[in-house]
Unconditional design. Structure first.
Lengths: 174, 124
C-alpha cells in the first residue's frame, strides 16, 4: 500500500508540480499587481514560484528514498554485503539532499523529520563502519537499528509529502 | 588528537545531555556500531557514546557527528583520565544514555505491574 501511495505521489508531482508553480506565479503576480507596485509583485510571485518548484523537487525525491529503503531490504534478504553497503551509501546521499530541500521549503517547521533524517544518516555511518570492520556479522542483526531509523524517516516523509502536495494544490488555486 | 578546547566543549555538551537525560527531556537510541553504543540526534548533529571494549565499562568514547555523518570531535575517557569529576560525569552519561535507549525504567515498571496483577489473580 505504501508503494502505491508513493507511486501516485510521484506521478501527481511529476505532472503537476512545475506547471502548478508556473500557474501559481501568474495568478499571484496578477493579484498582487492590482494592489501593489509591479516590482514588489514580481518579487513575491517569483519567491512563491521558487518555493513551489523546490516543493515539487522535494516531493519527487521522496519516492526515491522509499525505493532505496526497498533496495536495502532486498540486499539484506539476498545476504549481499556489497549491495547493502551500496544502499546505505545511496541513502546517506539522498537523505542529505532531502534535508536541504526541506530547509528551503519549510524552514523551522519540520524539527521531527529533520531529527529523523539526522538520526538515520548517523546510523548509516555506524552501520557501514560495523559491516566494514566485521564483514561476517549477520546482516539482519547488524542492520536492525539502521533499518528502524530509515523506516522512521520514510514514515515522517510520507506525512510531509501529503501536506506539501496539499500546499501546492492550495496555492495554485488562490 | 583532541584539542584541549574540544575537551572542554565536549564536557559542557555532556553535562547538558546528562541533565536533560536524567530529567527525561531527551531520549537516546541504540546506535548500530555495537551493542554498547548509544546515540542522540538534534536536527543537524548526533552525539554517540559507547563503551570502547563493549563491556559497559571505561573507556568510553564520546563523539559528535555533523549533518553529513562526519565525526567533528571525539574524546576517549579512560580510567586514567586526569579530571576525576569529568570522568565520573562521562560515566554517568554513558549509564543514563544506556538506560534511556533500552527504556530500562519502562520495562521494569511494566514488569512490576504485571507481577502485581499476577499476584492478585486467583490461583488456577
Amino acid at each position: 500500500m505504501a508503494v502505491s501511495v508513493y507511486y501516485w505521489i510521484e506521478h501527481i508531482s511529476t505532472i503537476s508540480a512545475v506547471p502548478l508553480a508556473l500557474v501559481g506565479f501568474g495568478i499571484t503576480f496578477w493579484q498582487l499587481f492590482k494592489t501593489r507596485r509591479a516590482a514588489l509583485a514580481a518579487r513575491i510571485a517569483a519567491e512563491n514560484a521558487t518555493r513551489n518548484i523546490n516543493r515539487g523537487t522535494l516531493i519527487m525525491l521522496l519516492p526515491q528514498l522509499m525505493y532505496v529503503e526497498g533496495e536495502l531490504d532486498e540486499a539484506i534478504r539476498r545476504r549481499s554485503l556489497d549491495l547493502t553497503l551500496s544502499s546505505l551509501r545511496t541513502w546517506r546521499s539522498q537523505a542529505t539532499q532531502v534535508r536541504g530541500l526541506i530547509a528551503l521549503v519549510a524552514p523551522g517547521d519540520n524539527e521531527k523529520v529533520l531529527k529523523s533524517i539526522q538520526s538515520s544518516v548517523s546510523a548509516v555511518v555506524s552501520a557501514k563502519r560495523r559491516l566494514t570492520e566485521s564483514p561476517n556479522d549477520d546482516l539482519v542483526a547488524a542492520t536492525r537499528v539502521v533499518r528502524k531509523a530509515i523506516a522512521a524517516v520514510t514514515d515522517e516523509l510520507g506525512i510531509l509529502a501529503v501536506a506539501e502536495l496539499a500546499e501546492v494544490g492550495g496555492e495554485s488555486q488562490q | 588528537v583532541t584539542e584541549q578546547s574540544d575537551v572542554a566543549k565536549l564536557a559542557t555538551v555532556s553535562q547538558r545531555l546528562l541533565t536533560l537525560t536524567l530529567s527525561g527531556r531527551i531520549k537516546w537510541e541504540k546506535d548500530p556500531r555495537s551493542e554498547d553504543s548509544y546515540a542522540y540526534s538534534t536536527t543537524d548533529t548526533t552525539v554517540i557514546i559507547r563503551s570502547q571494549d563493549a563491556d559497559n565499562e571505561l573507556p568510553y568514547v564520546i563523539s559528535v557527528r555533523d549533518q553529513d555523518g562526519d565525526t567533528v570531535a571525539s574524546l576517549t575517557v579512560a580510567a586514567s583520565f586526569s579530571d576525576l569529576d569529568q570522568r565520573n560525569m562521562f560515566t554517568d552519561l554513558y549509564k543514563a544514555a544506556r538506560r534511556s535507549a533500552l527504556q530500562v525504567d519502562g520495562v521494569l515498571d511494566r514488569l512490576i505491574d504485571e507481577l502485581e496483577i499476577e499476584d492478585k489473580a486467583e490461583p488456577n
